[in-house]
Design a binder for this molecule. Structure first.
Ligand code: HAM
Length: 428
């Protein structure tokens, strides 16, 4: 029997000794989530939680039949009612499914949603690439203006700024509207046809399935051929071109630095017009920490009304790994304010009472219940990062007075045991 953790997944734990694994510590995830939620609220996005699995056809139609995600990476299974279900590989399709199903566009107000949660892709695991990863995503539904795209790009940059990330690059491109892409696909097909035998096997498949994705190829031979290829940006319709120019102008006005990347098409089929990706230089091959764009046609694809929309998602593992590599400081993990070390059975009863009373007053308190020696309790107190430690033995029980020892200054103050709660409340 093999009971070990599945390949490509990991545990998030309170503390890990290996320096390189520190990004998996739960207090770091909590801190990241706090910053993400706060930023989302500051930008007017409200939380949405959708199921972790959906009907398979949602992703086939929504994410796109020719995308790598759908063709190679989905966790698909038949449930006990013989229905095909899939663990969500991304969040956008589910948000749009929920929006259309609940007819939220008929409700007044802004339609801006964020989500935090696990996503599942059957990829070859490697550093920064997992089979279960976590995303924070934001989707703004119903607005087609360039300001909407830029609000999202500004928001993702602000998240990284608040977290203290350094040297992030925004890469941006426009994949145009359907008409732009149809024109470009014709030109690219014409250009690539004579080179077909020289393309990598992956690109040869994409040639018929989704020719635009060839632009994304990392294969050096493909890249050489592509260096002479027509540019998507030259095929934008006047509307798509104007939209993109306005996006760039708005980014300039906000002093957001970006790199125009004519070959950026992204791996999901729903994008229209603006696409962007945020990278850092510290993560090696899996250097994309976030990505997104506009997807004006998605609601219609899943049989809803036309609702121009845009969004992004950022990979939480990669953000935490970047922070670790860049030595960005984290706030200390939560710790008990006071730690009790009882010496003997009678003391244990008294300490236990005290700990419970403190907790009822919302003061974090902890106790060594092991019955071991004082040294053990003191070590635990320091390992837990407690502010104060209180040792109670026969003497303290007899006099009813204790010593409250400050772990940082090493100073002790005398205090009647029954005044401890008030004393700690006063210190707050
Ligand atoms: P995506 O680029 O596929 O976009 O994923 C977003 C981010 O999730 C990536 O930039 C990366 O940081 C992280 N990520 C993706 N796959 C993995 C993996 N296997 N392991 C670790 N991290 C990973 C989307 O999913 C779109 N739904 C984004 C979006 C929202 N577009 C519009 N709205």
């Amino acid at each position: 029997m093999d009971y070990s953790i599945p390949k490509g997944t990991f545990d998030i734990l309170p503390s890990l000794l290996d320096e390189e694994e520190k990004w998996k510590e739960s207090s770091r995830w909590q801190y990241l989530e706090e910053v993400l939620r706060q930023t989302a609220h500051d930008y007017g996005f409200k939380e949405i939680r959708t199921p972790i699995f959906e009907r398979t056809e949602l992703f086939i139609r929504g994410v796109g039949e020719s995308s790598d995600i759908v063709t190679k990476e989905m966790y698909t299974f038949l449930d006990r009612g013989e229905r095909s279900m899939t663990l969500r590989p991304e969040g956008t399709a589910s948000v749009m499914r929920s929006f259309v199903e609940k007819k939220l566009h008929t409700q007044p107000g802004l339609h801006k949603y964020f989500y935090i949660g696990p996503m599942f892709r059957y990829e070859r695991p490697q550093a920064g690439r997992y089979r279960q990863h976590h995303q924070f995503g934001a989707e703004a539904i119903g607005i087609g203006s360039p300001e909407q795209d830029v609000e999202l790009i500004d928001m993702v940059c602000e998240i990284y700024r608040r977290l203290g990330l350094k040297n992030v690059t925004v890469q941006i491109n426009s994949v145009g509207d359907a008409a732009s892409r149809a024109n470009y696909k014709d030109a690219l097909t014409k250009f690539l046809s004579p080179h077909l035998p020289a393309l990598s096997p992956d690109s040869q498949v994409r040639f018929t399935k989704n020719i635009l994705r060839i632009l994304d190829s990392k294969d050096l031979g493909d890249q050489k051929i592509l260096s002479e290829a027509p540019m998507l940006s030259d095929f934008l319709t006047p509307d798509a071109k104007k939209h993109f120019e306005q996006v760039l102008k708005l980014l300039d006005a906000l002093n957001i630095r970006y790199a125009f990347n004519a070959k950026l098409v992204r791996g999901l089929d729903y994008y229209t017009k603006t696409v962007f990706e945020i990278t850092t230089e510290v993560l090696g091959a899996q250097n994309s920490i976030g990505g997104g764009g506009r997807y004006d046609g998605l609601t219609e694809t899943i049989e809803g009304p036309y609702l121009p929309s845009a969004g992004f998602a950022t990979g939480m593992e990669r953000v935490l790994q970047t922070m670790l590599k860049q030595e960005v400081p984290f706030p200390a993990a939560p710790h008990p304010r006071v730690f009790f070390v009882p010496m003997g059975e009678e003391a244990l009863k008294v300490c236990f009472q005290q700990v419970c009373q403190l907790r009822h007053k919302k003061i974090g308190a902890e106790i060594d219940l092991s019955g071991k020696k004082m040294q053990h309790g003191l070590q635990l107190a320091s390992q837990q990062g407690s502010e104060y430690v209180v040792v109670i033995g026969d003497e303290e029980l007899k006099t009813g007075r204790i010593k409250l020892k400050n772990m940082a200054t090493r100073e002790s103050s005398d205090c009647p045991l029954d005044a401890l709660v008030d004393r700690l409340l006063a210190f707050k």
